[in-house]
Design a protein around this ligand. Structure first.
Ligand SMILES: *[C@@H]1O[C@H](CO)[C@@H](O)[C@H](O)[C@H]1NC(C)=O
Ligand SMILES: *[C@@H]1O[C@H](CO)[C@@H](O)[C@H](O)[C@H]1NC(C)=O
Ligand SMILES: *[C@@H]1O[C@H](CO)[C@@H](O)[C@H](O)[C@H]1NC(C)=O
Ligand SMILES: *[C@@H]1O[C@H](CO)[C@@H](O)[C@H](O)[C@H]1NC(C)=O
Length: 610
């Protein structure tokens, strides 16, 4: 019970009726009153007063954060309230889609002032008022022999026209009878029928979320896409008209420090659009200044990276053994030679060549192994050689028949290790990671680049970068149009997802559409329509070959696995052979050359001697 004054004005009776009927379920009401009114408020309330807009905004924000989001206002200058309200809406963290405002006329000398009528009606034409569905003005209308008559007025709000800010008279209340004339709902805008009101939607073409400028033979409205279907369905439900707002150049866009913005986000932020769509994720920086709908799609962001190439064939002879095995082999060779030297009584004559020969199972003339001591050492060496040789032979056979590839790029660690740049057309791809403190993610961010689509298309053939794509819930991919079928042949999808995001629709803070939209998204999830839409759109508009190529990019190598030997396989060995031949010829030539010189010198010397 709030009793602020002794005198009971007739308007108090009216207000009391409205409060009990319409604000009964309100959690908390903010009272911003210049005159003391006696009211019986059924729930919590806060009494706020300040005579300038900044202070008022400060108090209102405090109240709003505590849940007092419905307002009863009676001020000499009511537009101060609207300005403060707009600030509160943008500054607060509490979001509420259905705030109610009741505005009363001012009271001068214990009389309800009739000139405040114009001031209050002006409120409706303020831009701030167009973002609130439920504003009720109580206007003094007449005084007939001690009976005060009040008009109850709200704005038109619904309908396709641009006169939505015009007042409409809902009802009349007479203080003598304490009755309403028409008994209509004084808060008629419950958002269930907007009668064709224009809802501006910001977006740009990004398959499969939003496709604009389509042939009207294919899509009757010239647009399609998962999110376009959501907003179209939304407007079919609440009877509104979608109008697309575009800023294609800036794509997702951003908000600048000077409180302006570009792209989809900027358009919504600056109220040029009511809803923002096109793969907007639940980014923290946007959440602070905007409202998000419930998430409607879970997407996994990863990359398609250059496919691993077949290994160069000169490496093949080295492949059967690992590095440690080769080192072990070297030591075996040294120890075996050492043993042979000892067995021969510390004679190094042709020991290394013999050992090498035995290790690659070559035969040797009997004469070298004259004593049994040497023979027993050589016998063991031969057995070792036999085992090693067979192991190598087996390994080599498998290297030749099963193609060997470079190691593939599977994880974030692989991308960072190889310093592979990755990129797309816009920074929006890294908004979700930008606040991360993890060293690995920070390194990954340093490798991100943005390029125009043409440049990306060119680079998709140069094997020097990876391209970010999205994995959608119904097993489709959102791949930039710059990846062509030809390029996709040489790209492989990574195993690890860089991050996972939830797609949302963005709205101005405390948007009146939020509740209804969340309700719709809940229903869409329930019915599974979102998955069906995704599949339909993927089949109709996406390049199926690119989709398939990416989807199967990790399994297609299994198919071409085993193949007959080809020249390609032995090329490497011939290269080694050719290098050897060139070296020996060079050595031979040098030897002949130096030998001749020596001979000449000798001959000269002998001539002189003679
Ligand atoms: C308001 O709510 C209270 C309980 O919360 C209830 O007792 C009362 O009848 C309600 N009044 C109206 C007019 O609905
Ligand atoms: C907010 O309101 C509460 C309750 O009236 C009060 O205790 C607190 O000091 C207020 N805070 C500010 C910053 O005004
Ligand atoms: C939708 O709005 C139009 C006005 O644009 C109106 O004629 C029609 O009756 C409304 N439809 C429904 C189902 O309310
Ligand atoms: C806001 O900042 C951006 C970039 O910093 C600039 O392009 C734009 O012109 C600025 N807008 C205004 C209104 O100052």
């Amino acid at each position: 019970m709030l009793l602020l004054a002794g005198i009971v004005w007739q308007i108090e009776i009216l207000l009391q009726t409205i409060v009990t009927t319409y604000l009964n379920s309100s959690i908390c009401i903010s009272l911003i009153l210049e005159n003391s009114l006696s009211l019986n408020i059924p729930n919590s309330f806060m009494y706020l007063y300040a005579n300038n807009s900044d202070d008022l905004a400060y108090f209102m924000l405090n109240a709003s954060e505590m849940g007092c989001s419905d307002y009863i206002v009676q001020l000499k200058e009511p537009e101060i309230f609207m300005t403060a309200f707009e600030n509160v809406v943008h500054m607060g963290n509490v979001r509420k889609s259905d705030r109610k405002i009741i505005m009363l006329p001012k009271i001068d000398n214990n009389l309800v002032s009739t000139n405040s009528k114009v001031e209050l009606l002006n409120i409706l034409s303020m831009k701030e008022a167009s973002f609130v569905a439920n504003i009720l003005l109580i206007l003094p209308s007449d005084t007939l022999c001690d009976c005060e008559i009040y008009d109850l007025v709200t704005h038109k709000f619904v309908g396709p026209d641009y006169d939505n800010n015009k007042p409409i008279y809902l009802d009349k209340w007479n203080s003598c009878t304490s009755k309403f004339d028409n008994n209509v709902n004084l808060f008629p805008h419950d958002m269930s029928d907007l009668q064709g009101k224009i809802v501006k939607v910001a977006g740009f073409t990004y398959t499969p979320y939003v496709l604009l400028d389509l042939d009207t033979n294919i899509a009757p409205r010239g647009r399609d896409g998962i999110e376009v279907r959501i907003v179209d369905e939304f407007c079919r439900w609440i009877n509104c008209t979608v109008e697309i707002v575009r800023d294609d150049e800036h794509q997702w866009g951003e908000i600048y420090n000077n409180l302006t913005g570009v792209g989809v986000i900027g358009n919504v932020f600056e109220d040029r659009a009511d809803l923002g769509i096109t793969a907007l994720y639940s980014w923290y920086e946007e959440f602070v200044v905007m409202d998000f709908s419930a998430p409607f799609l879970r997407t996994g962001i990863t990359c398609i990276a250059p496919s691993p190439r077949l290994l160069a064939s000169w490496e093949m002879p080295l492949l059967p053994f690992s590095l440690y095995m080769w080192i072990g082999l070297l030591f075996t060779f040294i120890y075996a030679s050492f043993a042979l030297i000892i067995a021969k009584g510390f004679v190094t004559d042709s020991v290394f060549l013999t050992t090498f020969g035995i290790m690659i199972t070559q035969s040797h003339p009997e004469s070298e192994f004259s004593s049994w001591r040497i023979r027993s050492v050589v016998g063991w060496m031969m057995m070792t050689g036999l085992v090693l040789d067979n192991a190598y032979g087996g390994g080599l056979a498998s290297t030749f028949t099963v193609p060997k590839y470079e190691s593939s790029i599977d994880t974030i660690q692989d991308v960072v290790d190889r310093k592979l740049t990755w990129g797309a057309t816009h920074d929006a791809w890294i908004f979700s990671l930008i606040l991360s403190q993890e060293p690995l993610i920070r390194s990954l961010l340093r490798l991100f680049r943005t390029y125009p689509a043409d440049e990306l298309k060119r680079r998709s053939f140069t094997r020097d970068m990876a391209f970010s794509i999205e994995k959608l819930p119904a097993d489709n991919f959102a791949i930039g149009e710059y990846i062509t079928k030809e390029a996709s042949l040489d790209l492989t999808i990574m195993l690890e997802e860089f991050y996972v995001e939830q797609c949302v629709v963005m709205m101005r803070k405390n948007s009146m559409y939020a509740n209804k939209l969340n309700h719709l998204i809940g229903r869409l999830h329930e019915s599974g329509l979102l998955l069906a839409w995704e599949t339909q759109i993927a089949l109709r508009y996406l390049d199926y070959k690119v989709q398939l190529e990416v989807k199967l990019s990790r399994s297609k190598r299994d198919v071409e696995n085993i193949e007959p030997l080809a020249l390609r396989h032995v090329e490497g060995i011939f290269i080694l052979y050719a290098i050897g031949v060139v070296f020996s010829i060079l050595t031979l030539l040098l030897e002949i050359f130096f030998h001749k010189k020596k001979n000449k010198k000798l001959r000269r010397d002998s001539n002189i001697a003679a």
